[in-house]
Design a protein around this ligand. Structure first.
Ligand SMILES: [Zn+2]
Ligand SMILES: [Zn+2]
Length: 242
């Protein structure tokens, strides 16, 4: 359901103006749009529901996102998960055929019993195993790739290169994906210098936060370091935007 083929400069510039990783922002915005459109336009779309059935719904993060009042709705969740549970129940193996207590404990029987147990445990497990990735994770992944490609191309233009160094900067996982897309030494230098400045500022703020937790300095007023511990989480692991 993510059918965008590229991000416009307006999108990229809007993302650069956010106080967070611009790739996280664009990709999480795409996920929010996907969930809204799922509920408001596509929840009765049979082929879409078949796709969701294959993934057994969504991953933990995105299933809880569906419950978010601003994104999901009760009827849509009921329709989607009714489908999924019906499908799981259809695929569950049949129940056991009896107890071994009243049967002679012969080796052949025990082997048959063990293999029947294994076979049913295996098909039980398979009924609970998703056959496809979480659709919302796929949207996030595809939109992040599109955003990274857009920034890599955009950096060659003044329009993106000019605001890039003073923007918040990419989180480390997206930065690692971004670097191989840069194909000019001067642009690699720009990203390298931008990253060095952003990380060393954060490093200094964390050191200051730690220092001010010392009883000898804890009467000093807080500065920008006050929320550095929050910011480093998004920077290091990727943002969690609500
Ligand atoms: Zn990011
Ligand atoms: Zn997911």
């Amino acid at each position: 359901m993510f059918n965008q083929s590229s991000y416009s400069y307006t999108d990229l510039l809007e993302a650069l103006a956010q106080p967070c990783c611009p790739v996280c922002w664009l990709s999480q915005r795409a996920v929010a749009q996907y969930i809204r459109s799922l509920f408001y336009e596509h929840v009765n779309d049979i082929s879409l529901r078949e796709g969701i059935r294959a993934s057994l719904g969504y991953c933990q993060e995105h299933t809880w996102a569906l419950r978010d009042a601003s994104l999901g709705n009760a009827l849509g969740i009921s329709i989607i998960y009714h489908d999924i549970l019906t499908n799981i129940l259809r695929r569950l193996p049949a129940g056991g055929t009896g107890s071994m207590d009243d049967r002679p404990a012969r080796g052949g029987f025990l082997r048959r019993f063990a293999s029947d147990l294994q076979r049913r445990a295996q098909s039980f497990r398979e009924a609970l195993m998703p056959q496809a990735a979480c659709p919302a994770c796929s949207v996030r992944h595809e939109s992040a790739e599109l955003a990274l490609g857009g920034f890599a191309r955009g950096l060659k233009t003044e329009q993106i290169a000019q605001p890039f160094p003073s923007a918040h900067g990419l989180c480390l996982p997206h930065l690692a994906q971004f670097i191989p897309l840069i194909d000019e030494p001067r642009l690699l230098d720009l990203v390298l210098e931008t990253t060095r400045k952003q990380l060393s500022t954060l490093e200094t703020e964390l050191a200051e936060y730690i220092r001010k937790n010392d009883y000898r300095f804890n009467k000093e007023p807080w500065g920008s370091e006050e929320d550095a511990w929050r910011r480093v989480i998004g920077r290091a692991a990727g943002e969690k935007l609500s």
